[in-house]
Design a protein around this ligand. Structure first.
Ligand code: EPZ
Length: 430
């Protein structure tokens, strides 16, 4: 069984370079099938989710050529059909971005219903509402989500909840609909803006991305482009949390500091020093962190994808912290694992009450989802002694070479497969 083994207690220090944003790469890869010309994408993170999506795109006859670890060329001129049958696609949430992309281009799409991290109910009613408003017939049969239209027509769409996925999906389909579409109550996340910029670089006409009203003028055809994906806000935030949690000093390079504002502000509030320049942020923590209150919100609020990481850091803060999760109702499953390490956290509904301890101790813990997995690795780095984190396939869905990047900051962490390797690590760090 693959797992990470970690000897904690070392403050992390040094420099780390952030990769491209997974949650921007996924819709951008999907949208690449919307032209018959070649699209070249740079800064694609080499993680499980992007690999699975590229395989699914290839499975319908699209040419996908990896020209480097983080660059890819996509050409959809020979796409055979508009239904994805590739089984592995069910494992990733972003599979449904192919509906928006294929529906926009071919007016017909079929994709197995999305899977993804088990972090609570993940309805798709807003996606359906958006596609229907554009004139598509949407159906779910035998686990396949299909959407078809003779023609797509622009519409005025008010999303009932701020949804990243629905905003992105509707934006893709509307980019090639006839006439004008307005999406109100749109998500403002950096990856929504990145997709809009990407589509515009292919000839789309999308204005207002990054605000809560997005206006789209449909075009008949999109063309090839060359585009570099923005840095990953959540990977950067994870390393910021790791610096704070281990009382370290990390310079995080290749970031957009503006995207990290809610995170920097919260870390400053709990006693970290934050220094920012054009494309980097340095986080250091010299003393015990202070307790605080955190509430997750859509961007520009504090991201739900960093909630497990900050809760973990706060488990050693001085005083009682209150963390409220307002986006996904089942995102505290990792708390049981932290408890095994000595954390004192009580979950009541969507709130975790964290009583800061002096010390965590190493334990055998299991990652329940992607971001929680990263948080448990941070817990292992904070704890006294040795921890193992299993189910690391979750972590590999969204972090490129997480153990390698941590080791470069002084962390004692290895990915091991066999008991023998685990024992070797134990002997080395006993
Ligand atoms: C995206 O998920 C991200 N995934 C998630 O990151 C992230 O946690 C989430 O946005 C919030 O920022 C990808 O980008 C692939 P939503 P998404 O639609 O699009 C409700 C990670 O770890 N809702 O913004 O699925 C929903 O239940 C992942 O990288 C509806 O009610 O999230 C939730 O409460 C995990 N109806 C809220 O909206 C809908 O039709 C926000 O969900 C759609 C959503």
């Amino acid at each position: 069984m693959e797992q990470y083994v970690i000897k904690g207690g070392v403050p992390l220090s040094g420099e780390v370079t952030i990769g491209g944003a997974k949650n921007a790469a996924l819709p951008i890869l999907a949208a690449s099938v919307m032209t018959d010309e070649t699209v070249e994408i740079e800064n694609v993170p080499d993680v499980r989710d992007t690999q699975v999506l590229m395989q699914a795109i290839e499975s319908i006859g699209v040419t996908v050529v990896r020209t480097g670890t983080n660059t890819v060329k996509i050409n959809a001129a020979r796409a055979r059909n508009h239904s994805i049958e590739n089984e592995s696609i069910k494992k990733i949430r972003a599979s449904y971005y192919l509906i928006g992309a294929l529906l926009g281009k071919y007016k017909s799409a079929g994709v197995p219903l999305p899977g993804g991290c088990n972090i609570g109910l993940r309805p798709i009613d807003q996606h359906i509402k958006g596609f229907s408003a554009l004139g598509a017939d949407v159906d779910i049969n035998h686990g396949i989500f299909t959407a078809r239209a003779d023609r797509l027509s622009g519409a005025h769409i008010y999303l009932d909840v701020v949804s990243v996925g629905a905003t992105i999906n509707v934006m893709m389909a509307a980019a090639m609909a006839e006439g004008k579409t307005t999406i109100e109550n749109a998500a403002r996340e950096p990856h929504v803006v990145d997709l809009a910029n990407f589509l515009n670089s292919m000839g789309a006409s999308i204005r207002g991305a990054g605000t809560d009203v997005i206006r789209i003028k449909g075009v008949q055809k999109l063309h090839g482009t060359r585009y570099a994906i923005i840095p990953d806000q959540i990977e950067a935030g994870t390393f910021m949390m790791a610096a704070a949690a281990t009382h370290g000093d990390i310079t995080i390079k290749n970031v957009i500091p503006k995207h990290l504002e809610s995170i920097s502000a919260k870390l400053a509030e709990i006693g970290c020093q934050i220094r920012e320049s054009d494309d980097m942020v340095r986080v250091s923590a010299t003393k015990r962190l202070n307790a605080t209150h955190v509430k997750t919100l859509p961007y520009p609020g504090f991201p739900t994808d960093l909630q497990p990481q900050i809760t973990t850091a706060l488990s050693l803060a001085s005083g009682i912290s209150i963390v409220t999760e307002s986006i996904f109702e089942n995102r505290f499953k990792y708390v049981d694992e932290l408890t095994k390490m000595g954390a004192v956290i009580k979950v009541e509904g969507s709130t975790a009450i964290v009583s800061g301890r002096e010390q965590l101790t190493g334990a055998q813990i299991v990652a329940p989802d992607l971001r929680a997995g990263a948080a448990l690795v941070i817990a292992g780095l904070m704890a006294e002694g040795i921890s193992t984190v299993s189910n690391i396939n979750y972590v590999e869905r969204g972090y490129e070479d997480f153990p390698g990047k941590l080791r470069a900051l002084g962390a004692q962490i290895e990915k091991v497969e066999e008991e023998r390797e685990l024992q070797k690590f134990r002997l080395k760090y006993a």
